[in-house]
Design a protein around this ligand. Structure first.
Ligand SMILES: NC(=O)c1ccc[n+]([C@@H]2O[C@H](COP(=O)([O-])OP(=O)(O)OC[C@H]3O[C@@H](n4cnc5c(N)ncnc54)[C@H](OP(=O)(O)O)[C@@H]3O)[C@@H](O)[C@H]2O)c1
Length: 315
């Protein structure tokens, strides 16, 4: 029987790439993968083609290209990349294009990679954190959350996938341990004693694959995933063990984090405040034991830190 095709946006990136690899790593899978990229000639796309993946051109800003890319597929993994353009409005427009194309292609299961619209708990009138660009609290969350109903309104068989903080932010996103004035390595987060649900980026795609494999079970549902819920102090302890040198947790205030000045510092400061202030709800939406039923390879922070110790920059 012909395999059912899952069309994967973001296939050359962390989330989509993880799903591509999860399917490739399961040769007996009922699914085949179709990788969507704007640049089929890029090294990353060519590497996928070399592994036998069907690579097709598609741009989230071009609905016709998405119609072509989704044609004949069973399902699709849908992800936007806020950090390429810093525009939540653009993410919403891209979600709309993906929903339109998915509907036209008659897809039978789409996974929308989303995050909470924080304004449902922190309305713009709530002064605990600044309003950004006039209409957002946490732009890279709120746009995705605002886009959630688009898929339902389109009548698409959808699973809303609530992702978590990537442990890889300690490698690529400037959140690695750095030496403080006392010479000690420290991770700096405005989380107080609250828990930070997180996940190895590769485990997002593996969990998404687990959802596709379970057929219609999660259609119409929101599924939250995390590999662990460590506190900042627990993360520092795991890093100390993995790196073989002491790492301390530098718990800064939300305002201090927002003022760090790098692009998106205000967005991330608000994000951490949201995760801190609604810690119970935020963690409850991302159950680790449940995630492990989708993805038995799920890594805790401790496991991830040990496996990735040589990739974590220390300055
Ligand atoms: N960092 C975190 O802790 C974290 C946690 C949860 C969620 N997120 C969310 O994850 C998202 C990014 O996902 P990622 O980390 O997997 O991305 P990534 O590794 O940075 O890669 C971006 C991917 O998006 C594709 N892409 C971007 N714009 C596109 C367009 N216009 N048309 C087609 N493809 C496009 C790129 O494909 P080509 O370049 O090949 O076309 C690439 O595959 C962000 O929106 C972020 O908010 C991040």
């Amino acid at each position: 029987m012909a395999k059912k095709i899952i069309a994967v946006t973001g296939s050359t990136g962390a989330q989509g790439g993880g799903l591509v690899r999860a399917i490739l790593d399961d040769p007996a899978s009922e699914f085949a993968v179709r990788a969507i990229t704007r640049k089929p000639d890029s090294d990353k796309a060519k590497a996928l083609a070399k592994r036998g993946v069907e690579v097709v051109a598609g741009d989230l800003d071009d609905v016709d290209s998405l119609r072509r890319a989704f044609a004949g597929a069973y399902g699709a993994y849908l992800v936007t990349n806020f950090w390429e353009h810093f525009s939540a409005d653009k993410e919403i427009a891209q979600a709309r294009s993906m929903a339109t194309a998915a509907k036209d292609a008659g897809l039978r299961h789409v996974l929308w990679s989303t995050l909470e619209d924080t304004r449902k708990r922190v309305p713009l009138s709530d002064s605990r954190m600044p309003t950004l660009h006039g209409k957002w609290k946490v732009p890279h969350f709120d746009g995705k959350g605002e886009a959630d109903p688009i898929f339902k309104e389109a009548g698409l068989p959808t699973t809303w996938l609530l992702t978590s903080f990537y442990w890889e932010n300690l490698i690529y996103f400037g959140m690695n341990p750095k030496k403080g004035p006392d010479g000690k390595l420290a991770i700096t987060l405005p989380m107080g004693n609250a828990k930070l649900p997180g996940i190895a980026a590769e485990d997002i795609g593996r969990s998404a694959y687990g959802i596709f494999k379970r057929g219609s079970e999660f259609i119409g549902k929101t599924v939250g995933i995390a590999g662990d819920h460590p506190t900042g102090a627990q993360m520092a302890a795991s890093l100390s063990k993995a790196l073989g040198q002491e790492v301390v947790y530098n718990a800064v205030s939300f305002d201090a984090f927002r003022s760090f000045g790098f692009p998106g510092a205000d967005d991330l400061g608000n994000m951490f405040q949201y995760k801190h202030d609604f810690n119970r709800e935020f963690c409850a939406a991302r159950d680790v034991a449940f995630t492990r039923t989708l993805n038995p390879k799920l890594q805790t922070f401790d496991q991830w830190a040990t496996a990735n110790k040589d990739r974590i920059p220390l300055k």
